[in-house]
Design a protein. Structure first.
Length: 59
């Protein structure tokens, strides 16, 4: 598993199909057809930043 944002391999698992990259402080969730990137807001909530289609990146 590599970070979809910075492509670093220093990834930690924080939940079921949820990961955190300590290099770029990005949190992401792996789904069967996409990877969803999130950012942490000041109030502690998460906001979806971007969805990356896995099929488009594999071709």
């Amino acid at each position: 598993m590599v970070c979809p944002r910075c492509h670093d391999k220093d990834i930690g698992r924080i939940g079921v199909r949820r990961y955190y990259c300590s290099n770029c402080c990005c949190e992401f969730k792996e789904k069967p057809d996409a990877v969803i990137l999130y950012r942490l807001l000041e109030d502690g909530k998460y906001q979806q930043v971007r969805a990356i289609d896995k099929k488009a990146t594999c071709e």
